[in-house]
Design a binder for this molecule. Structure first.
Ligand code: HEC
Ligand code: HEC
Ligand code: HEC
Ligand code: HEC
Ligand code: HEC
Ligand code: HEC
Ligand code: HEC
Ligand code: HEC
Ligand code: HEC
Ligand code: HEC
Length: 322
């Protein structure tokens, strides 16, 4: 029924996505715990946070007071009690006695992968995706501190949560996407009525393009547009198989309803038309061809959704009319 060309924008075999997701849930359950490492005994190469405070008062104050990592300084479960600075910066005795930066671990001197390791030492295998580095960001050398500022503003920028903070962070690198949200029909990102992470997980997901998932591995769109979810008695195949972006621009569009074409008819006829193919006698139709009653020259039949109102799926009508 669905040939290869029809599935051109498909997002992979659903079965595989489901399996992957089940696996991810399994891992999540196994490791559903706060980030910890094994208790540590400190050799001579370690010096303790009090010593760092002597020369780095500001960093010391924000890490031990405002930053979420302050628990490491006091709670033995994290393995670095009294050594919070060295949990990330590595053993610091030599640096502390000389003030020489050659002897201290610092992100700008490390590769992105090494920097990620600095964090994943504790954040590996967390219940959220944060501890798994199969994201496009990790693969493109966008390391954790590019988005998580440790000491800036007293540690308040450690993690962006407010809509406007997240959007500004993402837009700082994705200027082209920012422009897509300036189209006439769009999601309300510029007003900060929603945020990029409503639809994306910057740490990666089981779906392509780091798109958020909803209830198992379904597209995150359904979290807000639940009426399009079904299951319907009569599904419209592309909604389930291609996903919403078969017909909609996800960010913004010049066309009403954020459609990929200026009017509805063009969207439908892209699949439901009896176009002749290169092979004589074969047709390019990807869905079924509208029956003969459809006189496409007549204005009555041009506005498909006047009749096919339930084009996202219907509970009662095979032809998606009601
Ligand atoms: C005797 C003073 C002194 C002590 C103690 C000290 N530092 Fe430093 N640290 C410095 C100086 C000086 C610099 C260079 C600052 C600059 O260039 O602005 C520096 C720079 C750094 C940097 C930045 C490295 C870079 O490449 O730019 C880090 C990270 C750092 N220190 C961490 C620590 C940690 C962690 C401790 C405790 C284990 C510590 N420091 C203890 C003096 C000290
Ligand atoms: C959770 C990991 C982590 C901990 C804990 C941590 N740092 Fe940092 N530190 C970083 C990262 C990452 C940077 C790079 C800049 C950034 O992201 O803010 C950095 C940068 C620095 C710098 C360079 C100058 C600056 O302010 O950016 C100094 C100095 C420093 N840290 C000292 C300390 C001291 C002292 C402590 C303990 C009180 C400490 N750090 C605890 C991760 C950490
Ligand atoms: C020694 C272990 C350890 C290391 C290394 C570490 N973290 Fe953490 N991180 C923690 C703990 C513990 C918490 C607090 C968890 C909690 O409160 O549930 C935390 C919390 C966080 C949070 C969440 C803050 C919030 O408000 O939800 C972020 C973001 C974070 N860390 C990023 C990083 C980054 C980026 C690095 C590397 C530069 C890093 N961490 C290195 C242990 C660590
Ligand atoms: C492209 C930006 C970006 C990168 C790279 C990134 N993060 Fe995040 N991270 C975020 C944002 C934004 C949030 C807040 C997500 C939310 O509120 O839904 C977050 C949240 C978190 C949290 C809080 C728990 C959670 O899932 O909400 C932790 C812990 C964390 N990140 C750790 C990491 C670690 C470790 C790395 C590196 C392996 C990393 N992050 C890389 C943007 C990023
Ligand atoms: C420090 C720069 C930087 C920041 C900040 C950043 N990104 Fe990215 N992002 C990249 C790079 C580099 C790529 C890979 C190249 C590309 O596709 O443009 C990428 C790719 C992506 C992709 C495409 C994924 C794919 O598989 O094709 C998405 C989606 C994305 N980022 C979302 C976000 C979101 C959401 C945020 C904010 C939480 C964010 N980015 C913040 C640099 C950044
Ligand atoms: C309404 C949900 C939604 C919102 C909000 C959203 N995205 Fe996306 N984005 C998607 C979907 C879905 C795709 C995948 C489209 C596809 O592959 O068919 C995507 C693709 C992308 C891509 C890769 C392709 C491209 O267009 O360059 C990047 C990068 C990206 N988004 C970044 C962002 C950033 C940055 C923000 C916030 C400013 C954001 N997105 C907000 C749903 C969303
Ligand atoms: C966080 C909630 C949320 C998510 C997730 C979300 N949307 Fe939306 N969407 C909205 C809201 C709210 C509006 C109405 C915007 C307005 O009033 O301007 C909207 C509007 C739309 C419209 C235009 C409706 C119209 O009447 O013109 C389309 C089409 C749409 N979304 C498709 C999608 C697709 C496709 C996805 C997934 C890629 C998605 N949405 C994800 C909240 C969401
Ligand atoms: C086969 C093409 C197609 C697919 C796939 C599709 N849509 Fe639509 N959608 C349309 C068309 C066409 C309209 C405009 C209907 C009209 O104007 O009468 C529309 C309208 C909408 C609207 C606004 C009007 C309403 O009914 O609420 C939303 C929201 C929406 N779609 C969300 C989604 C979501 C979410 C998905 C994925 C689950 C999706 N669409 C998949 C073609 C599609
Ligand atoms: C991406 C390709 C695609 C687009 C775009 C598309 N369709 Fe479909 N449509 C299909 C496929 C595939 C089927 C299932 C055909 C089958 O069951 O053999 C289908 C089924 C249908 C059916 C039910 C036919 C039946 O016999 O069960 C109707 C009615 C329909 N589409 C109308 C529309 C309308 C109206 C639009 C425009 C809003 C549209 N379609 C857009 C691919 C598409
Ligand atoms: C005036 C109402 C009306 C309009 C407008 C309309 N249709 Fe239909 N369509 C129907 C009816 C009624 C049927 C069921 C025909 C039947 O019972 O055989 C149908 C059936 C279909 C089928 C299913 C054919 C099959 O054999 O399974 C497709 C595909 C279809 N229409 C596509 C379209 C497209 C594309 C448009 C816009 C160009 C459109 N329709 C406009 C009333 C309409």
């Amino acid at each position: 029924m669905l040939n290869a060309s029809y599935r051109r924008r498909g997002s992979g075999v659903p079965g595989v996505a489901t399996l992957l997701f089940a696996f991810a849930i399994g891992c999540g359950a196994l490791y559903a715990q706060k980030p910890t490492v094994a208790p540590k005994t400190f050799g001579d190469d370690y010096v303790g946070s009090d010593m760092c405070q002597v020369c780095h008062e500001d960093n010391y104050n924000n890490v031990t007071h405002t930053n979420a990592h302050r628990v490491i300084e006091t709670d033995p479960r994290y393995g670095f009690q009294g050594h919070v600075c060295e949990a990330c910066h590595g053993p610091g005795a030599k640096h502390a006695s000389t003030g020489d930066i050659a002897f201290i671990r610092f992100p700008s001197k490390l590769s992105a992968a090494e920097t990620d390791k600095m964090c994943l030492n504790c954040h590996l295998n967390q219940p959220t995706h944060a501890g798994r580095i199969q994201s496009t960001h990790a693969k493109n050398a966008v390391s954790c501190p590019s988005c998580h500022k440790m000491h800036v503003d007293g540690g308040k920028l450690l993690v962006a949560r407010k809509n406007e903070d997240v959007n500004r962070l993402c837009e700082s690198c994705h200027a082209n996407v920012k422009a897509q949200f300036e189209m006439p029909f769009r999601h309300r990102i510029p007003e900060n009525a929603m945020k990029c992470v409503d639809c994306h997980n910057p740490h990666g997901t089981v779906r392509p393009t780091m798109v958020q998932t909803f209830a198992a591995s379904e597209p995150g769109c359904l979290q807000c547009h639940g009426d399009k979810r079904g299951p319907f008695t009569f599904e419209h195949a592309p909604v389930k198989f291609d996903g919403c972006t078969a017909c909609h621009e996800q960010h913004g569009s010049a066309n009403p309803r954020m459609l990929i074409r200026p009017n509805v008819r063009q969207v439908c006829l892209e699949c439901h038309a009896n176009m002749p193919a290169a092979v004589p006698g074969e047709s390019l139709a990807m869905g079924v061809v509208p029956p003969a009653i459809h006189n496409l020259n007549s204005p009555i039949y041009q506005n498909c959704t006047v009749c096919h109102q339930k084009l996202h799926g219907s509970y009662v009508d095979r032809f998606l009319i009601k």
